[in-house]
Ligand binder design. Structure first.
Ligand code: P1T
Length: 384
């Protein structure tokens, strides 16, 4: 099945023709518990934290989307990340991640897991030549965002997986930015894919959720156990919202990408813009890797404005269509300042090392008419 069919049909396929009502759309099963015939004879479902028909339908669909054997739905992207770290690490272990990763992920490792003697190292994963020199005997996981948030750097999933596996290190890829519509990390050798489904999977800025997809049976058992044991699971109503969002993932991603490319090309030519970071531009240093490992470039752009934070504030105050807000991946265009918003939990020095300057702006390009978006941006840039 092609992605356009998977997004529309697989979520409901577990239920179609099976319920007495013959619903075309999976119902929201709100029951928090399920009856059984005898004490030792539960039915397929026992208790909502363990399994739920609506959530299971979404999980079935999540797996199909990433060409995976298993999908697991979480209450947030960070709940998914926490569950991976709790399932696979123990005190004394070490994890390597890209230097510009979502600030909340870095905070989770450095300010929560660090209390349990888990250590994080943050390195540039665009080059793989020196990767092995950053390995320690205790390194268990390489955590990749590609494209990374917010610098839009790419990491070669296939190469990194080959190197990591020689050392029995697991590769986790956060596929939030490209979504399974454009990129399937498991097919490139990664062990686990995670998503903040709050972004493109949900797609309408109205539901917090996270996902893990993977193939390995024993990793699945470990992660599923912690999912149930710690309880960061996705609620039935939210599972329904994510499934509803996924049905339009294919058309939305095409539209996001078309608009993002046009806006990136416009920004690249504007005299008040210093640099544009978008993997779909020929000027992106890893444009050829983007073409090699993904089927698209996505809808996220970052750019440097000339003139620093004051100019950024000026620009934001003149924009009418771009909404000043954190998050990304909804149908509406959002704009933000990583240094003071999404990545504020990083120290100034960490921001500098990651390339997050005071002039950096991140845009989640929506699916509005591109002429309106460019007119708004042009008006703002010409006024400051
Ligand atoms: O917000 P939550 O669903 O818990 O997901 C966390 C997360 C994980 N991975 C990536 C790449 C992310 O971008 C995020 C959340 N990011 C934002 C809220 C943001 O504005 O970048």
């Amino acid at each position: 099945m092609k992605k356009e069919t998977i997004v529309v049909r697989t979520g409901d396929s577990l239920y179609q023709n099976k319920l007495y009502s013959r619903d075309v759309v999976t119902p929201i099963h709100l029951s928090s518990t399920n009856s059984r015939d005898e004490i030792d004879k539960p039915g397929m479902f026992e208790y909502v934290r363990c399994d739920n028909p609506t959530r299971n339908s979404l999980e079935h669909q999540l797996a199909k989307l990433e060409n995976a054997k298993y999908g697991i739905a979480f209450a947030s992207g960070l709940a998914a990340e926490t569950t991976i770290l709790l399932s696979l690490l123990k005190a004394g272990d070490h994890i390597i991640a890209c230097s510009d990763l979502y600030g909340g992920t870095k905070r989770l490792v450095d300010k929560v897991f660090n209390n349990f003697n888990i250590e994080g190292s943050y390195i540039n994963l665009t080059a793989t030549e020196n990767l092995e020199s950053s390995f320690k005997p205790t390194t268990r996981i390489i955590w990749i965002e590609t494209p990374s948030n917010p610098m839009m750097l790419l990491a070669d999933i296939q190469k990194i997986s080959q190197i990591a596996h020689k050392h029995n290190i697991l590769v986790v890829v956060d596929n939030t930015f490209l979504t399974p519509f454009f990129q399937n990390p498991l097919d490139l050798g990664a062990d686990i894919v995670i998503h903040s489904g709050t972004k493109y999977l949900g797609g309408h800025s109205d539901v917090l959720n996270g996902a893990i997809m993977l193939n390995d049976d024993s990793l699945y058992e470990k992660i599923r156990f912690v999912h149930t044991a710690t309880g960061g699971v996705l609620a039935p109503f939210d599972s329904y919202l994510v499934m509803r969002g996924i049905k339009t993932l294919a058309v939305r991603m095409e539209a996001h990408q078309k608009n993002a490319l046009a806006l990136a090309q416009f920004l690249e030519k504007h005299p008040k813009v210093d640099k544009v970071y978008y993997p779909g531009l020929a000027s992106h240093p890893q444009h050829s890797l983007a073409i090699k490992q993904a089927r698209g470039f996505g809808g996220m752009i970052s750019f440097e404005l000339k003139g620093g934070e004051k100019k950024v504030r000026d620009l934001f105050s003149h924009l009418k269509l771009f909404i000043l807000a954190e998050s990304l991946g909804g149908v509406e265009s959002l704009i933000e300042h990583p240094a003071t918003m999404t990545h504020v939990s990083m120290s100034k020095q960490e921001q500098q090392e990651a390339g997050i300057t005071d002039s950096l702006i991140r845009v989640s390009v929506g699916i509005e008419n591109i002429d309106d978006l460019i007119e708004d941006m042009e008006g703002g840039l010409n006024t400051i």
